[in-house]
Write a protein that binds this ligand. Structure first.
Ligand code: SME
Length: 161
C-alpha cells in the first residue's frame, strides 16, 4: 500500500520535486481515471499550503463536469469558455489568476476563493479536462506553481496510458 511520506520541503521547487515523486509512486500501476484523480487530488490537498479547493473537471465531449476533488461542494457543469476553468479548457493554456474578482466571468463556487490556477489536461490533441486549485489568499500562485502543477498534471495524464 502507498503511504504518502511527510513532506519537509523548504522551497516551492523542493515541494514540487517531492510531490512529483510521490505522485509517480501513488499512481503507478493503476490506469483508472477516477481512482488516480481521487488520489492525486488528496495528495495535493494535504501537501500544498494555503489552498481551499483542488480538483478535476473532466470534458464529456460537450462541457466540463466536476470530478474528484477536495474542498467544499462545487459547481457541477462549466461550459467551455466560461469562468477560469472553461477558459483554460478552450484556450488549452494554464490560467494563473492572481485575483479572481478581477477575472471577468469567474465562477464563484466557494466565496473564500481569492486566487486560482487552472491547468488544461491535454493528451495529444484530446482535451481530457482541467485541474483547478483555489486559494483564499490573493496572488497565492506564481510561475513556480504553474510549472510545478503542469509537471504534476503531466504525471497524471501519463498514468492513464
Ligand atoms: N472558479 C472556477 C469554478 C470552479 S471552482 O472554483 C471549484 C471558474 O471560474 O472556472
Amino acid at each position: 500500500m502507498f503511504a504518502a511520506a511527510p513532506i519537509h520541503a523548504v522551497t516551492k521547487h523542493e515541494l514540487y520535486d517531492e510531490l512529483a515523486s510521490q505522485a509517480r509512486g501513488l499512481l503507478h500501476g493503476e490506469r483508472d481515471r477516477i481512482a488516480n484523480a481521487a488520489n492525486f487530488a488528496s495528495l495535493v490537498w494535504h501537501a500544498v499550503p494555503q489552498i481551499n479547493w483542488c480538483g478535476f473537471y473532466f470534458y464529456d465531449g460537450t462541457e466540463l463536469v466536476v470530478g474528484p476533488f477536495q474542498g467544499k461542494p462545487a459547481c457541477v457543469r462549466i461550459a467551455l469558455g466560461k469562468g477560469v476553468c472553461g477558459t483554460a479548457a478552450s484556450t488549452r493554456q494554464t490560467q494563473l489568476v492572481r485575483d479572481v474578482h478581477a477575472f471577468e466571468g469567474h465562477i464563484a463556487c466557494d466565496s473564500a476563493s481569492q486566487s486560482e490556477i487552472v491547468v488544461p489536461l491535454v493528451d495529444g490533441d484530446r482535451l481530457l479536462g482541467v485541474w483547478d486549485v483555489d486559494s483564499p489568499h490573493i496572488a497565492r500562485f506564481d510561475a513556480d506553481d504553474r510549472s510545478g502543477m503542469e509537471r504534476l498534471c503531466a504525471i497524471f495524464i501519463q498514468s492513464l496510458q
